[in-house]
Design a protein. Sequence first.
Length: 371
Amino acid sequence: MLELPQDPARRSRLGLLVDSFSWPLRTSHYLGLLDPLWSSHTPQGLVQALVDETRDARSLTLRPGRGWLRHRPGQYVRLGVSIAGRQHVRTYSLSSAPERLEEDGCITITVKAVTEGFISGHLVREIGRGEYLRLGQPQGDFVLPEAAPVRPLFITAGSGITPVMSMLRSFDARGELPDIVHLHYARRPDELIFGSELADLAKAHSRYRLQVVYTRAASEAGSSRRRFTSRQLDIGCPDWKERDVYACGPQPLLRAVESHWQQAGLASRLHVERFRAVLAEPPRQAGGGRVSFRRSGCATEADASSSLLRVAEAAGLCPPHGCRMGICHSCTTTLRAGCVRDLRNNRLIDEPGAKVQICVCAAAGNVELEL
């Protein structure tokens, strides 16, 4: 069996030496043929275990390969999965503590299947042990300060628990749980992701105060819906004005939380993680057009509200992308002619040569892209 040097500096020098003989490929390409986890040019993750957290949420335990960097609690990764010969990329929060990487060399992501979510549905119901997924490097700034003491208030709902779970597990692994108040919303008890683990944490650590709000009764008939309110906050966390707040969940929750903290003049203490971009209301006169993809040689009609990424995928293309919400810039391409509209703020971009993010831009008339 091929043995690689354990020291990173020696391994890097050896790689540079061998790369000079393997041009135009890299050593990593050949090592990847022997074991996909040895590939560093396209980092891979081996699916080692699968845990069903709820009926529609699953945690995937992955063993990252060479070149993958240790994450900070709260960060996310881009995950590439091959389905029917096509590579698809989506972004998911890491739910494991970074300390786990030193324990068993593994990480976890937790995925919830969403309506019409082709990739999330595949990861929750179809993926199997022993499969390989492409792994991007950890990204994101929804993280706790590394040095300053913190007394966090976590406000989460649904799968918004995942980045906060990484933080909680990291605190627990280090035995350093600070004074934490956690307000979490779930529709019903059977839809509470990490329910047992959260309860065990609250039982083991008196400084971790968990409050779960179920927004629907057991029976749909006559069910009372409960959402985030200032009264809930005053009762559950009377000192909320003195805490740094980390919120993650569906858009209605985040809008309510942002409005509350802005009205209190404390917006600087609020940290928000979104799974979808906030889109502006389109102008009444907004219209689509014909979208031409120069390198691909195809064209198609597009409406005024569909992102150019969706338009490209519907036309059979598979352009590079990651977060699908305008954060990672992986989908950026060049505008060759025409005009596009940024779906987040309705800003028009019509300068030839401009860079556009196709996941958050739509056609505003006929348009030609470099893709």
